[in-house]
Design a protein around this ligand. Sequence first.
Ligand code: BGC
Length: 574
Amino acid sequence: MENKTARESVIYQIYPPSFMDSNNDGWGDLNGIASRIPYLHQLGIDTIWLGPIYDSPMIDNGYDIRDYYQIDTKYGTMEQFESLLDQLHDIDMKLIMDLVINHTSDEHPWFQQSKSAKDNPYRDYYIWRPAKSDGAEPNNWRSFQSESAWTYDEQTDEYYLHLFDRKQPDLNWEHPPLRQEVYKMIRWWLDKGIDGFRLDAINMISKHPDLPDAAEDDPHPIGQRFYKNGPRIHEFLQELHRETFAHYPHILTIGEAPSLTMEQVLEYTLPERKELNMVLAMDMMRIGKDPHNPWGSADWSVSQLKESVSKWYEHIFARGEYGVYLSTHDHPRMIPDVIGHHEHNMTAAKLVATFLHLIPGVPLVYQGEELGLPNTTYDRIEDYRDQGTIHYYKEAVQDGKPAQEVLAGIHQRSRDGSRSPMPWDAHSENFGFSPSDSTKPWIPFPDKESLTHLSVSEQEEQRGSVLSYYRHLIAMRKQFPIMSHGSFTMLLEDHPEVFAFIREWQGQRWLILLNFADVEAEIDWTQEYRVFPTSMVKILGNYPHTAHPPHPEEEQHIDDLQYLRPYEVLIYRM
Ligand code: BGC
């Protein structure tokens, strides 16, 4: 995809199990997605990132693939997929698929073969090692599920490596026949006309060849320095590009590659290196999280956001692309972190939206974010579905931690927090997610009362809803290239609550002010006068009856702007 187009897009992430169920089995599906195309069209997005829909035992909702060439029957059929793709293309919307090639399901035929005998031709498709001479596991790496990254298999008396769940064995990229199989599969999908891929955990495919033990003080998860950005990663990605992407010049490839330095981002994304079009800027997702404990939280501050936005802008913007996002299916939603008080929920959701669409980078909107959905918390562990969450709960309670305390951590960190179904229609039992009121969705809706006014049907009716604000922002992005291409200058750098910046492009200048606090913030402009003209005109705000200025086109002077109200957003043309 040409960089100009990529940079101007807005990408919308669909998490398929929770988007729309058309056949009343409580699980989202392809026909459900197709039925909501008008909604997506009206939202104004350009590209859908569709979570994995391949045949899978679903222990990780499809990130455990059993057959790359089949659509899982829970989602529908290949014909339905092709029809969805055609319908999207008819309205110029693109579809990119999730590409999970660091691992497969343990039910994939390759793994079934691989585990059957040491001399099986598929043995080296995965990473097998014997126990150490003292009987210990091959090394001390821990998986993202906070357990050993090795599982013993009696049949051949060896261990296989899995960085994620034990049912997700890692593929062995050192083995050329495996790589060729993967390339063949990728070309097969691209030949169908899909528009690209989001590449799952892509910076983990090259492991240190010796698989060395990690130091005990290695940050969570132990061992990552030996499997993230490994020694052959760029060789593998360049080969992947050569064998597949290079033949489909208009596609978009987005890498999920956690913990990259800015130099490494460039290695993955510089166009002349022919690897990926962009990577996701993941550090904002980590704000508020304890880096050493997957279930621990940390205080966060606006200065961390400022640091992250500036860092990506300064190092990457002029040279390559990156995606920015604030919520996804892997993290609790950001809204509750930002929102302290219910009275300000909607205002704060609009602040989050403005931030995402106005900072440099390609915005990715995760389903439900456009409704201002809060994080979902359940009071009973039985309502959680994520294996990692359930595993952690059992272990912690077994270790003697009070159940309520464990649940409190889960409320803040479980990825199920962002996975409850889309509330389409306030007037039906299942919010229209499943057509029949008697169907039970695969994961429960949170507190129904509070969800009612956030549903699509209610927001369609309300002027000034979060949904209409998102539509407006996305439309603005189409109308004003400054939002995609403009340069970025930070203002009020040391202000603890206000994120203020200027974007500038082809003679236009916009001032963007965001108050991340739930109280009024005072602004002192004395340090910043150098950048201001005498007057400016407001083009967007998130307060319905904003006092300044009374009329949108009325000119205003910077000196009039001494305060921002709680979670207030103001955008001015200067
Ligand atoms: C996906 C997760 C998944 C993991 C293993 C990721 O980063 O986004 O949902 O569990 O990869 O495939």
